[in-house]
Design a protein around this ligand. Structure first.
Ligand code: WTA
Length: 664
């Protein structure tokens, strides 16, 4: 953290251009943005901070449908870690996402499924969605799932993933989605930690023209999960797959047995809605828990105001439902607002680099939301791929990592033809929904800045050395929030102390994000990236400690240190330094084995881009690994290593430098 504090005050902010919501976007708007001006935002923002209870009570009644109204808007505090919203209130998530729209207009399209192969997709209306969700809800009940139980989802990006989310919430159970790129070991750990007894999966997945043995991975994972009693398997490709009679059931056979309606379970506002595992500073992933009313409100609010979603819109978020972006912006926000959401199974590069733009053209998408890593890839592929006609696009969102100014401008000019507004949205698994972000049609933007706080979010820049808040503009430090907001995570599953220590005890009275940030002369926020041991690879949040733990599992590894390095395409890349046990020889084959080990323990997306086998790691006399030195060596800043005399063996530094140079 100390490194962060030394960063000079935001100098570039004075030099960058400010972009106002494009006039052409307003011209083609079906009506007008929900918020009419920056002044109106400022006024409402002020109310949301000074009178949060009044503000949020009004919004909660406006955007959600309640079975029973709430009386207490907010209780608890950040300091105590017992925040709760809308007590006494009762509602059901699936009712809010499906029924209320199905009753109004059953023929309205809810899901636009764009399959891996263009033209193999289909649409699902709200009426169909209600029937499908109800049937699967019956099936889950028959399997013994009760209110409060967790159900694991390990599915590719197909409509059934969304149906599964909604069926689980319909009966008051808690979904725990595991990204289908995670390995069997990672899936096992999450199923065990969440104590899920039911897993929903598919026979195979299909992505970028390649088949993925989804069910086989589940089978491997479940070898060590004796408490899983049922696995519901959706037939995606019809491949021959292993089958455990008595445990495994086919989705299509089970749903046929049940009626197409089941009443939604009435839930309390603070009942858990879902768990989503995310990486932190330690090796063990955390099951971040969100609750029902607050999370739903955050999703609906940001969908409405950040993306300016209107009734007839078709919303396309390219994130996977295995991550928070997919939860909130493929599923919850668009369906809460009753619009059509695109569920895209494939990749931006298949069959070619025009795929996103062709989807936007084909389905007349109005808002598109993706991570900069995909934009960097597509920008590099060349402008010729962006030929699609996308006249309906009004909003282009960016999420998950900083977006470089030249990528921002490419997105704005080449993709958006200067007719759509870029919204660079900053948030986290734990915040539930966007927290620092422009509002489309309202907020002026500066490339690279996530701009201004969303309603109810009161940011603070803290000096990490003194722990004191730094007031005023033109300041730099770490980012925290001073007030609770409805969609903040309430706990880490089974580990409330860890929740407190990670987020709420670091700076008492504040929620700590783990990110460095600056506030420029106009009060705009610039996110600098993580100040903890988290690396962001292609928008995937990875823990260096988790990758190190994976490497240590290999029999030849004595010690490992993992650092993130800047990477042109993936933002950051994972580099690993490994000291091997006596009796092993450094070789390419061994390096490959180490990479395979990480793929097996975590998943292919976490694989190190480079592995350096070194005689030892730079350690202090007390045994602490100095990752800072490794980072400097990789950045070619060998002349800025600082004091290395405190190392137990200072001569190791030259040996590591030599290894790195030789392998380049
Ligand atoms: C980073 C993803 C810069 C940040 C939604 C955060 C960003 C972490 C942005 C959370 C952005 C997210 N600009 N950095 N617009 N959005 N981040 O939990 O470091 O997967 O702490 O949630 O991504 O990652 P997570």
């Amino acid at each position: 953290m100390a490194d962060q504090a030394k960063t000079p005050v935001v100098a570039e902010a004075h030099l960058v251009d400010t972009f106002h919501p494009p006039q052409k976007m307003l011209d083609k708007h079906p009506s007008k943005p929900h918020i009419s001006s920056l002044e109106e935002y400022q006024q409402l923002y002020k109310e949301s901070i000074t009178e949060p209870e009044k503000y949020w009570a009004r919004k909660a009644r406006e955007l959600l449908t309640w079975t029973r109204d709430f009386e207490t808007v907010r209780t608890g505090s950040l300091a105590n870690g017992d925040v709760a919203w809308f007590l006494e209130g009762q509602l059901n998530a699936s009712y809010n996402l499906v029924d209320r729209h199905a009753f109004k207009d059953p023929n309205k399209v809810a899901i636009i499924y764009e399959a891996d192969e263009p033209n193999e997709g289909r649409n699902l209306t709200y009426g169909e969605l209600l029937r499908e969700v109800s049937k699967v809800a019956h099936v889950l009940k028959k399997m013994g799932v009760r209110k409060g139980d967790t159900v694991a989802i390990y599915l590719p990006m197909i409509p059934e993933a969304i149906i599964a989310f909604l069926a689980i919430t319909r009966i008051g159970a808690v979904h725990s989605v595991v990204f289908a790129g995670f390995s069997a070991d990672s899936l096992r750990d999450r199923v065990l930690d969440a104590q899920s007894k039911v897993v929903i999966t598919s026979d195979e997945g299909k992505r970028g023209g390649k088949l993925i043995g989804t069910k086989k991975i589940v089978d491997d994972a479940l070898k060590q999960c004796p408490d899983v009693s049922s696995v519901l398997v959706f037939k995606r490709t019809g491949a021959d797959i292993p089958w455990t009679p008595g445990r495994d059931l086919w989705w299509h056979e089970e749903v046929e047995k049940w009626p197409s309606y089941i009443a939604p379970e009435v839930m309390n506002s603070e009942d858990p809605l879902f768990l989503l595992y995310t990486s932190g500073s330690t090796g063990k992933p955390k099951g971040v828990m969100h609750t029902t009313a607050g999370y739903l409100l955050g999703a609906a609010m940001t969908g409405k105001y950040v993306f300016d979603i209107h009734d007839g819109d078709r919303y396309f978020c390219g994130g996977d439902v295995g991550w928070i972006t997919g939860h909130t912006y493929v599923v919850y926000a668009p369906l809460l607002l009753g619009v059509s959401t695109v569920v895209f199974e494939g990749t931006p590069a298949y069959p070619n680099f025009s795929r996103y733009w062709e989807i936007i053209e084909k389905h007349k998408v109005t808002q598109f939301y993706v991570a900069p890593t995909a934009l960097r890839l597509l920008k590099r592929a060349g402008d010729d791929f962006v030929k699609a006609h996308m006249p309906e696009l009004r909003v282009l969102g960016s999420v998950g990592e900083p977006i470089a100014a030249e990528v921002w401008k490419w997105y704005f000019e080449v993709v958006g033809k200067e007719e759509a507004q870029i919204v660079d949205t900053y948030w986290q698994t734990e915040t539930g929904s966007n927290v620092i972000t422009p509002l489309a049609g309202v907020t002026p933007t500066k490339p690279g800045s996530a701009s201004l706080p969303f309603f109810g979010i009161e940011p603070a820049i803290i000096d990490p050395v003194s722990g004191e808040e730094i007031h005023g503009n033109d300041v730099e430090g770490v980012l925290a929030f001073k007030q609770p907001w409805p969609s903040m995570a309430r706990t880490v599953w089974g580990a409330h102390k860890r929740y407190m220590d990670t987020y709420l005890n670091v700076y008492k009275g504040y929620y700590f994000t783990g990110d460095g940030a600056g506030r420029d002369h106009e009060g705009f926020y610039w996110i600098r990236g993580r100040v903890d041991d988290v690396v962001n690879v292609s928008g995937h949040r990875l823990s260096t400690a988790e990758i190190e733990a994976a490497l240590i599992e290999h029999h030849a590894v004595a010690e490992a240190a993992v650092v993130g390095v800047a990477d042109e395409l993936t933002g950051q890349a994972v580099n690993a330094f490994v000291a091997i046990k006596d009796g092993n020889e450094s070789s390419d084959a061994l390096r490959k084995e180490f990479i395979l080990q990480v793929r097996k323990s975590i998943g292919p997306f976490a694989a190190p881009k480079a592995v350096y086998i070194v005689p030892d790691l730079p350690k202090t006399r007390s045994g602490k690994i100095m990752r800072r030195i490794l980072r400097k060596i990789l950045a070619g800043e060998e002349d800025q290593l600082g004091d290395t005399t405190t190392l137990s063996d200072p001569s190791i530094v030259d040996k590591i430098i030599k290894t790195v140079h030789e392998s380049r």
